[in-house]
Design a protein around this ligand. Structure first.
Ligand code: C2E
Ligand code: MG
Ligand code: MG
Ligand code: MG
Length: 288
């Protein structure tokens, strides 16, 4: 019986592996076409000041809409692009489009762009990034790059050199998904980030769990002593927003204010008055 069970289980396993491999191969085959036809599009999610809900910047999130209208999630196609050496082409085209879009925004609004750890392993990526800014006429001081700690894991000196180069050119560097990795604290001592982005897994349980509140409070305090701005990801409710403000977090991002939207909707978002600022205005937030 056990034998039969094991056999059945291994068949299920094989079938699911096969399914996954097929799916990946299927996606991979169309990914190159999609990249070359610029069908991977930049969408933009606002980053706002929690106190005022004023939008201060927008994060580029890659969206791949298929001919049927369905979206392939970036969590699916980015890893495939990384594996198949398509990430350089994808990143560069996406950044170019985003810079062109962002040139139309008010000058005090920054653009935040996710850099893949695999892209960072390509020799000279930081120079090509600066070239794109030059070509599109986008000011380096309006760009923020988001990296994860994985980017610093394989070749720390090279990554730190590239990031220091960008910083010298005026580009801000943010540490994304803060709190989810193994050595976030080490990364904070290795490099001076402009921002840390507190992962949404800390924000989701915030109201129900007092321990989580203490941890977020500590993350924000840590950021403050290091002169780093904290941004909380994944704010979905009013209550989370108010609580994060009380915990001293200055910036936020999340569905409560807006999902990622296509370029033509950004202008409208920026034109709209900050929502409900009166309800949380006047609250004295600690200075960073
Ligand atoms: P990330 O950089 O941490 O981006 C934040 C993710 O959280 C986005 O998912 C965003 O849509 C989602 N999010 C924002 N607010 C909320 C919220 O209130 N609730 C919930 N549940 N989710 C929220 P998305 O767009 O699916 O991207 C997933 C990940 O894929 C990103 O995580 C990033 O690591 C990667 N990614 C996306 N676009 C790019 C890109 O252009 N280049 C690279 N290298 N990676 C990208
Ligand atoms: Mg990000
Ligand atoms: Mg993140
Ligand atoms: Mg994330």
């Amino acid at each position: 019986d056990v034998k039969k069970q094991r056999k059945a289980r291994s068949q299920i396993y094989e079938a699911s592996m096969l399914g996954r491999t097929h799916r990946a191969a299927h996606i991979e085959a169309r990914l190159l076409d999609a990249i070359e036809a610029d069908r991977i599009e930049p969408y933009y999610q606002p980053i706002f000041e929690i106190d005022t809900r004023r939008i201060v910047g927008l994060e580029v999130l890659a969206r791949w809409r298929q001919s049927g209208g369905d979206f392939v999630p970036p969590d699916v196609f980015i890893p495939i692009a990384e594996e198949r050496q398509l990430i350089d082409a994808l990143s560069e085209r996406l950044l170019k489009r985003a810079c062109v879009d962002a040139r139309q925004w008010p000058e005090d609004i920054f653009l935040s762009f996710n850099i893949s750890p695999v892209h960072m392993e390509t020799e000279g990526w930081e120079r090509r990034l600066m070239d794109i800014l030059g070509q599109t006429g986008f000011a380096p001081s309006r760009l923020q790059v988001e990296i994860t700690e994985t980017s610093l894991a394989s070749d720390l000196p090279a990554a730190a050199r590239a990031l220091a180069f960008l910083q010298k050119e005026g580009v801000a560097v943010a540490l994304d998904d803060f709190g989810t990795g193994y050595s976030n604290l080490a990364q904070l001592s290795n490099f001076s980030f402009a921002r840390i982005k507190i992962d949404r897994s800390f924000v989701a349980p915030l109201l129900e769990d007092e321990r989580q509140q203490k941890i977020v409070r500590l993350m924000v305090a840590l950021a403050r002593v290091l002169d780093v701005w904290a941004t909380a990801e994944g704010i979905e409710t009013e209550e989370q927003l108010v609580l994060l403000g009380k915990l001293g977090c200055r910036y936020g991002q999340g569905y409560l204010v807006s999902r990622a939207v296509p370029s033509d909707e950004v202008v409208a978002l920026l034109a709209a008055a900050p929502l409900g600022a009166a309800t949380i205005g006047g609250q004295n937030l600690p200075e960073q």
